[in-house]
Design a protein around this ligand. Structure first.
Ligand code: PAF
Length: 282
């Protein structure tokens, strides 16, 4: 496995590759990421994994500076998983004019309307930062396929929409969310949780599952279900950002005619913001 830090060296390494699979990450890898690599290997003869903590997608008071950087351990895991190339650029390689706070000259991507609700409402520049870095990474790696986890469901739809609208010739592969035995969705941010918080963190998944169950049973009182779930989490010590039953394709609030639905949720335990979702047919 090669570990490459510059765009020029990566381009050289990929010169003669015909079927490239790509898994973008911010590092601090867990089994969920390794599953994405395994999926990419099923579709491609050369798998590139990027590790880049992207400053553009963090708000001013978010965890950009404290986000865990664990390159050596990540590379060991990726080597064992059979990745071919790790692309781990420094910030100035990706954004030559980044001054520590913002870009001064570079263009950014305006995300589609579905990025403005849910996580986009509380993290206003987040999806522009995600779309910009993913567009740059796509242009650098030029993959045939790219694998993204469903755990970041809104992100997945934003990137799918970007691929469609910019006519990128990349097949998007979505991977199911990996969970701990408790049901807690695997996330790099789970490492911020205290043992007490970790014990109650699976409640987020439990309330989502309860809503899915109720909807499948024929309950159409979506706003009541959402409110009860939010109240339950609040009683248990969470600060709820949103919990919402949506159309799985547009992320607009679900209506009775929608068949493919997703329950999206984001809530904080102490300072740690967790997100989770389940998409399902009814
Ligand atoms: O999901 C992530 O880890 C990041 O948002 C991504 C897609 C690597 C872009 O920085």
């Amino acid at each position: 496995m090669q570990i490459i830090h510059t765009v020029a060296a990566l381009r050289k390494a990929l010169e003669h590759q015909s079927q490239v699979g790509f898994v973008p990450t911010m590092g601090n890898l867990h089994d969920g990421h390794i599953r994405l690599v395994a999926l990419a290997k099923q579709h491609a003869s050369c798998v590139v994994v990027s590790i880049f903590v992207n400053p553009l997608q963090f708000g001013a008071h978010e965890d950009f500076s404290s986000y865990p950087r664990t390159l050596e351990a990540d590379c060991q895991k990726l080597e064992a998983a059979g990745a071919d190339i790790v692309f781990a650029p420094e910030v100035h390689e990706m954004y030559p004019d980044f001054d520590g706070r913002q870009l001064n000259q570079s263009m950014t991507i305006s995300p589609p309307p579905l990025a403005s609700a849910w996580c986009g409402a509380t993290r206003p520049d987040h999806f522009s930062g995600v779309a910009t870095v993913v567009m740059k990474l796509f242009n650098i790696v030029q993959p045939n396929i790219a694998v993204f986890g469903k755990k970041d469901y809104q992100q997945l739809l934003v990137i799918k929409e970007m691929v469609k609208q910019f006519n990128l010739s990349i097949e998007m592969v979505a991977a199911e969310t990996m969970r701990e035995d408790s049901g807690l969705a695997m996330s790099s941010r789970n490492g911020y949780l205290s043992p007490e918080q970790k014990a109650i963190a699976p409640q987020l998944h439990q309330v989502i599952r309860h809503i899915v169950h109720q909807v499948r049973q024929g309950d159409h009182h979506f706003s009541v279900l959402e409110r009860c779930a939010a109240e339950q989490l609040t009683r248990q010590g969470w600060v709820v950002d949103y919990i919402s039953i949506c159309s799985a394709d547009s992320l607009t609030p679900a209506t009775e005619v929608d068949k493919h639905l997703v329950v999206l949720a984001a809530a904080k335990l102490g300072k740690t913001r967790l997100i989770d979702n389940i998409d399902f047919m009814r």
